[in-house]
Design a protein around this ligand. Sequence first.
Ligand SMILES: [Zn+2]
Length: 239
Amino acid sequence: MDGPLKEKFPNIFGIDSHKDCYVREKWVGPPESGSWAVIDQTLPVSSECCSELDELAVVLHRVGVRQGSDGWSWFGSSAAPFSCNIFAWRSEMDRIPTASALARRNIHVGDQVCALCNFDVESSLHLFSGCGFSYGVWYSLGKWCGLDSVIAFDNRDLLELYKQWTGSKEGRKLIQGIFIIGFWVLWGARNDKIFNGKDPKVFEIDLNVKSLSFLWYKHRGRSKNIVWKDWVVSPLYMM
Ligand SMILES: [Zn+2]
């Protein structure tokens, strides 16, 4: 992002009681299970502030924190990119700023209709597990990974689809990582529609997941030999 946060979000900065701080100081709790505490939630906030908060939430949800220096970080059994992992976990816990989640906090953002399908009220459950548009993406990714089906009743089911894979443990981790990245990319497409008016397309999201997961997997050290032209046919071609 260009420029300091205080210039981009002057209203939030105005009411912040602790102005001279690092971004990471606004993260409460351990790296893998904390959350952003940007403002004191008990304060009355203006509508300008609410729209800044919504915008800031989008910026922050592309960011994860951890101990140590900057860079890509891996944790947990899936070893997916750290910030994607946090995001998928938060979506499962219904802790991402969907329209209905914001409405529960009295932050109202338009008509609350899902930006991806324009059909149902947007909640974390709908956005990833109930949305017809998202299903198109999961279906395509499932087929790419060689899964028999991508039936999911909730977000956890999506995060556990890798269990269908009966091959190596490495393959299971890979599939899990791909689906975690899928959450991240779908959320980005949703934000792109809301904030930039860009219409989401299944094939574009599908391709984004494929390329992001390719970069992720290639940089894991043991997988340096994978090549894109085979990867797009099947991410498991080396298993
Ligand atoms: Zn939808």
